[in-house]
Design a protein around this ligand. Structure first.
Ligand SMILES: O=C(O)c1cc(=O)[nH]c(=O)n1[C@@H]1O[C@H](COP(=O)(O)O)[C@@H](O)[C@H]1O
Length: 240
């Protein structure tokens, strides 16, 4: 497995390589890893992954793949070759799609003699609350039940873990066991803006619930002093 020096993954949700590298330079000595999502990858492509490799921190490539199994397998191969330490697919894409992704990652790394990325499933996005989940997604049950069902399905498909809100961590841990990786966005240090997130906890609370990795974007990227924001989160984490 790629090694993260601490559980804090900073989402580099910016528009270009220069901005991403500037941020990575500043917070690199403190962060556990970086996340490159749709905004940056669709703007800068694989160049940003190549340049971030120079920082020697693992990168979670968050493109939330969701397509037929063959297409997702091809995309997974590409992101694996580009050095992703973690990559994600939507659990809603189904078991065959998830299995195709993890098999593609395994095959690609076995051929290259490299370390396989963790392949994790996105469950219910942290921007849903129970009300919008019911109204817009047509699910009658609770978010937690859906997240746990998808987590179990991801585990059966051979995935390494899931992305879920901090509110579901304990239930996932109970259902999927200690070795299943749980990555949680929707992290909001006390007193920071919630923005479009609906299901949130503070960094310390999320770790206490049993998260393996915390994904944090705007509480750091939009902070007046980004470095101070990262350090404050680490202080909270270390005091746990
Ligand atoms: O897959 C993700 O990383 C993800 C899943 C999810 O359910 N919610 C979610 O916010 N994310 C990502 O996590 C990051 C959270 O950013 P902030 O809300 O700015 O902290 C963003 O880059 C999102 O794309």
């Amino acid at each position: 497995m790629h090694s993260f020096k601490n559980p804090l993954i900073i989402a580099l949700d910016v528009d270009n390589v220069e901005e991403a590298l500037k941020l990575a330079e500043k917070i690199g000595p403190y962060a556990g890893g970086f996340k490159v999502g749709m905004q940056l990858y669709y703007s800068a492509g694989q160049e940003v992954l190549l340049r971030l490799r120079e920082k020697e921190l693992p990168v979670f490539v968050d493109l939330k793949l969701h397509d037929i199994p063959n297409t997702v397998a091809g995309a997974t191969r590409a992101l694996t070759r580009q050095g992703a330490a973690i990559l994600n697919v939507h659990a809603a894409g189904g078991k065959a799609m998830m299995r195709a992704a993890v098999e593609a990652a395994r095959d690609e790394t076995e051929k290259a003699g490299t370390v396989r990325p963790l392949v994790v499933a996105v469950t219910v996005l942290t921007s849903f609350d129970q009300e919008s989940f019911k109204q817009e997604m047509g699910h009658s049950g609770t978010i937690q039940d859906r997240v746990v069902a998808w987590a179990l399905m991801a585990r059966e498909a051979g995935l390494d873990g899931v992305v879920a809100s901090p509110l579901e961590i304990a239930a996932i841990r109970k259902a999927c066991g200690p070795d299943f990786t749980i990555i949680t966005p929707g992290i909001r240090p006390a007193g920071t803006a919630i923005n479009d997130q609906k299901r949130t906890l503070t960094p310390g609370e999320a770790l206490k619930q049993g998260a393996d990795y915390l994904v944090v974007g705007r509480p750091v990227t939009a902070a007046h002093d980004q470095l101070e924001a990262v350090k404050a989160i680490l202080t909270e984490i270390h005091s746990m």
